[in-house]
Design a protein around this ligand. Structure first.
Ligand SMILES: *Cc1c(COP(=O)(O)O)cnc(C)c1O
Length: 408
């Protein structure tokens, strides 16, 4: 086999985590393709001496007790690590939110301050204002597009900076290398919620980021039937992630890990297909008279497109658009008229979803709608484009606009 460092992400998605010792029967030459599902709380030791040694070596890849996982979870973690140039290891969590928490708790102590991007996923904000506050950690929010204000805030001191790019509701793309460089000047840890593009769409650790968080619930699961999260870090970060997750008793089920591994194998084709469809839908939306702005970083001319093109190697089917109407009933009418788009939280599944979004309620220092969009136009809709035919999705959106027009 070739050196795995030379392999492209699409190949690593296929080869990752399939070590011979996890896919074979000891003593037999034949193997199966997928690591088996090892359901195990108790791991048995050959003798008393081995049992006495067990707790002394807290090493990855050693059977000890169920909470430290078994080959199914290790295979998933290893496959995710292999996707991130510069990564040392990955910790799995029962949800994306748990992974965000795991990463923050790995580096923060009482008395510390954390800077969180103002366009962060809402539970991340709430974590800063709730759980972290309760543990004596101060949170300050920053506008990810205002580098000078951010620089001034960083100069006041911070233990960690939490980023998300693009924002998963408003889709601003920040200048990641610039923000990370400024954080590094004061030695702050940098954590990025990289769920939107995932490790195959952004080489975040290679950019100097210490830790990426990925809600595997979204694209890695890919089939709307799984909750899981991951945090992948440099060696220094990984040691902390691992210690905290062990202290907090974090473990994921082997059945879920096997589902996530199954999703991972087809991630590249799904992302490519839905990105292509999303771009077609986004382009079509720019020509609709009902639409004030399309917030899709992959779309030439859209906010953040230039930075996306500079820093990212891939995208996904999640984006938003802003309606010209300020009539909330008209928006509800539009969403209710959709037949192929489900109305539900989450994204990254094989099926398309739509939700009304109102970011202003979530913001403290940045603006909604984004700069350049008519400030009167505030009613947003977020689409998660799935694997349906793009023409069918466009026809569905067209009939929903017609219904909205009829009602107005
Ligand atoms: C959904 C989501 C999460 C959290 O994932 P869960 O598995 O639902 O906890 C984190 N970040 C972003 C950007 C998300 O969209």
């Amino acid at each position: 086999m070739s050196d795995s460092d030379d392999l492209k992400p699409a190949t690593r998605l296929v080869t990752g985590g399939r070590r011979a010792e996890w896919t074979g029967i000891p003593g037999q030459a034949n193997r199966v393709v997928n690591p088996a599902v090892w359901r195990a709380s108790t791991h048995l030791y050959p003798d008393a001496a081995a049992m006495a040694e067990g707790p002394k070596t807290n090493e990855d890849g050693k059977l000890f007790y169920g909470r430290r996982g078994a080959p199914t979870q290790w295979a998933l973690a290893e496959a995710l690590t292999a996707l991130e140039p510069g990564a040392h290891g990955t910790i799995l969590y029962p949800s994306g939110v748990a992974a965000i928490n795991g990463a923050l708790m790995a580096v923060l102590r009482p008395g510390d301050r954390v800077l969180i991007t103002d366009n962060a996923y809402d539970p991340t904000r709430k974590m800063g204002l709730g759980l972290l506050k309760d543990f004596g950690i101060e949170t300050r929010f920053f506008d990810p597009l205002d580098i000078e204000a951010y620089r001034a805030l960083v100069a006041e001191g911070a233990k960690a900076v939490f980023l998300e790019a693009p924002g998963s509701l408003s889709f601003e793309v920040c200048d990641l290398p610039a923000l990370v460089g400024i954080a590094k000047e004061i030695g702050a840890w940098t954590i990025l919620d990289n769920t939107w593009s995932g490790p195959t769409g952004l080489a975040a650790l290679a950019m100097g980021i210490d830790c990426t968080v990925n809600a595997l619930t979204k694209h890695v699961g890919g089939h709307s039937d799984l909750m899981m999260g991951a945090a992948t870090g440099t060696e220094r970060m990984y040691r902390r992630l691992r210690m905290r997750s062990q202290q907090m008793g974090i473990v994921v089920s082997p059945d879920d890990a096997a589902l996530a591994l199954r999703g991972l194998r087809t991630l590249d084709v799904r992302l490519k297909r839905e990105s292509e469809s999303a771009l077609a839908v986004a382009q079509w939306l720019t020509r609709r008279k009902e639409v004030a702005a399309v917030l899709c970083p992959m779309l030439p001319g859209a906010p953040g497109h230039d930075l996306w093109q500079r820093d990212f190697s891939g995208g996904c089917g999640l984006f938003a658009f802003v309606l010209k109407t300020t009539d909330r009933d008209a928006r509800a009418q539009f969403v209710d008229a959709l037949a192929l788009f489900g109305l539900g939280y989450s994204w990254g599944g094989f099926e398309s979803l739509a939700i009304p979004i109102d970011p202003p309620a979530d913001r403290s220092v940045s603006s909604w709608p984004p700069v350049g969009v008519d400030p009167e136009a505030t009613l947003g809709i977020r689409l998660s484009i799935g694997l349906e035919d793009a023409g069918d999705l466009i026809a569905d959106l067209a009939q929903a606009f017609d219904r909205m027009g009829a009602a107005a």
